[in-house]
Ligand binder design. Structure first.
Ligand SMILES: Nc1ncnc2c1ncn2[C@@H]1O[C@H](COP(=O)(O)OP(=O)(O)OP(=O)(O)O)[C@@H](O)[C@H]1O
Ligand SMILES: [Mg+2]
Length: 237
């Protein structure tokens, strides 16, 4: 497994002559199995930093490396392969409404060319792991918000991602369900040795991370005194 390394990364946007420095010289390394929170208010640069990590945005300065390889040196095909190797968990679920939880969880594998039977077996393993085996045949519209987010997590993990990028993954959930989802996700990342970059403006969410980086106006500062929260009691999601 490989580490993600951001080295003095900066990203500016210019809109109508106005320049916004969305990320301003951020340096950060995420080792395999490490959960790192990006904590900051709206507009502080969290999503931009995730996009830089995913290679969907290019930094104006500095470098983003994964497994020692600078993303800027990748060909279009290699960059697409890198993105496919990532697991994305966002606030909006982007689940396919017309098909079952199982098909949704298997979708990434089917796109990657897995045989349908094998893809569904793998997806079912992950639905079981997130406690949704009994709902495998239900479409997203028949699932609670927490259950839908667990399908997203199963979909992300079924592809055995090299790294998880999570953008406000609990923003649609109430506090208790959000905590249960994050505890599950962080636990799986540590167990499977998958790194996770978790953008959030929720202090509860940041508490689940091994490390917390505060973002203010694109400036990143790591908290020296952070201690991860103990896992909460299992809760229904
Ligand atoms: N495509 C873009 N073009 C121009 N400016 C942008 C673009 N994307 C983001 N910005 C600006 O960059 C800054 C950082 O935005 P970003 O979306 O990274 O923040 P965020 O921390 O994810 O916010 P939120 O918590 O609201 O999702 C903001 O000032 C935003 O207006
Ligand atoms: Mg954002």
């Amino acid at each position: 497994m490989s580490a993600l390394e951001l080295d003095a990364v900066a990203k500016r946007y210019t809109t109508g002559g106005e320049v916004v420095c969305a990320v301003d010289g951020a340096s950060l390394t995420i080792a395999p199995g490490e959960v790192v929170a990006l904590y900051g208010p709206s507009g502080s640069g969290k999503t931009t930093l995730l996009e830089l990590a995913a290679g969907t945005q290019r930094p104006d300065h500095g470098s983003v490396r994964f497994g020692g390889v600078d993303l800027a040196t990748l060909s279009a095909g290699e960059a697409a392969r890198y993105r496919r190797s990532l697991g994305f968990v966002f606030q909006r679920f982007y689940l396919h409404p017309g098909t079952s939880a199982l098909d949704n969880a298997a979708m990434k594998l089917l796109f990657a060319g897995w045989a349908p039977r094998r893809a569904k077996q793998q997806a079912l393993t992950w639905l079981r792991r997130v406690g949704l085996e009994q709902r495998a045949g239900h479409p997203p519209s028949k699932l609670s918000m927490g259950e839908q987010q667990r399908v997203v997590i199963a979909r992300a993990l079924a592809g055995e991602p090299a790294l998880i990028l999570a953008d406000e993954p609990t923003a649609s959930l109430d506090t208790e369900r959000g905590r249960a989802i994050l505890s599950l996700l962080a636990g799986i990342c540590r167990e499977r040795r998958v790194g996770m970059l978790l953008a959030t403006h929720d202090p509860d969410a940041a508490a689940f991370a091994d490390r917390v980086c505060d973002l203010r106006d694109g400036l990143l500062t790591e908290r020296a005194d952070h201690r991860p929260a103990a896992a909460p009691a299992p809760a229904r999601t």
